[in-house]
Design a binder for this molecule. Sequence first.
Ligand code: ZNH
Length: 141
Amino acid sequence: SLTKTERAIITSIWDKMSVQADAIGTETLERLFSSYLQTKTYFPHFDLHPGSPQLHAHGSKVVAALGDAVKNIDNMQVALTKLSDLHAYVLRVDPVNFKFLSHCLLVTLATHFPADFTADVHAAWDKFMSIVSSILTEKYR
Ligand code: ZNH
């Protein structure tokens, strides 16, 4: 689980990214769909061209969900229950894709906040995203 220092790092980066949630979520998805083409297969009903309204809307939702996790950092499992059910039972996203999405978010954070993105910040966010990802994939058979 996350140390006190890691929690502080995650919260402080969240404060910066929350005010540009749309831009960060959209860029994360643009990077995901251009680097890991197979991830597009989960969104046959979306217009996935860079900057599309659906990309913006979905990117904002994903970042908002990360915000819920940050705000409930001591109780993430409970906060993410509904999303965990959705990904496991309805969407059935192959867990490997969570690693790709996490990577794309980290790259996006690094480009938006270059001065903040130290090795410690990188490591804390990597750990946070792997905890969120394991909660979202833990109900898979
Ligand atoms: Zn997911 C959906 C989050 C990952 C795919 N998602 C979703 C949502 C959210 C999320 C919030 C919305 C829900 C509602 O509406 O209710 N995700 C998330 C997160 C993550 C994720 C946080 C990580 C960390 N996903 C993911 C992946 C994938 C996905 C990796 C693949 C690739 N999702 C998805 C889909 C959907 C979702 C497909 C649905 C969409 C629509 O709208 O249709």
